[in-house]
Design a protein around this ligand. Sequence first.
Ligand code: C5P
Length: 222
Amino acid sequence: FGEQALRGKKVVVSAGPTYEDIDPVRFIGNRSSGRMGFAVAEAAVEAGAQVTLVAGPVSLATPAGIAKRVDVRSAAQMHAAVSEAVQGADIYIGSAAVGDYRPNTVAAHKLKKHDGADLTLQLAENPDILASLSAKQLHPFLVGFAAETQNVETYARDKLQRKGLDMIAANQVGEGLGFETADNAITLYWADGSQELPRADKAALARQLIECIASRYKAVRG
Ligand code: C5P
């Protein structure tokens, strides 16, 4: 692969968790650090792409050379930011850990305890950002992530199909891999192929991932 495998391409990367507010001081979130997505965005810059990074709540510096960073908090905000950013984009890499549900209502004031009584939170399902993009006639080459604790290939291939993706990057979570860790290991799947990217630090893995995405992109979209 050449060093500039994505020269001139417009790439959008989402990264990090989303926070779904319950009240002014509480939220539902997840353990995504955003590090894998930020590393992917940096690797895409190195490959010559013009990169927009849509980031959930993370404490990470913007990698050098990123054309635009949009900070968001909730899944709804991420959905809106990504939908705008992908207009005219060649590739969307959805590495964000988007919350599946949000509280039906956000309380205006801090919720109080009620004498030991249970509290029930009603949750509404968030829209699937990747699936909403693939449903449109004109959409970028779509890459998703699947963090699984078991049956990695089965679940990843199912997501590839169901969300209408071009590729999916699957990783086993747990045992020092995945969320909140320095290292990761990924298997990439597409309709008629797959490729293993063995355990490495997230920067090295991100570079290999970008090379694979660039070569599949060229095969499918020229
Ligand atoms: O279904 P699951 O959340 O495991 O799928 C993960 C992939 O789907 C990731 O690429 C994530 O960014 C994307 N996703 C999304 N919108 C959602 C939930 C997940 O784009 N609401």
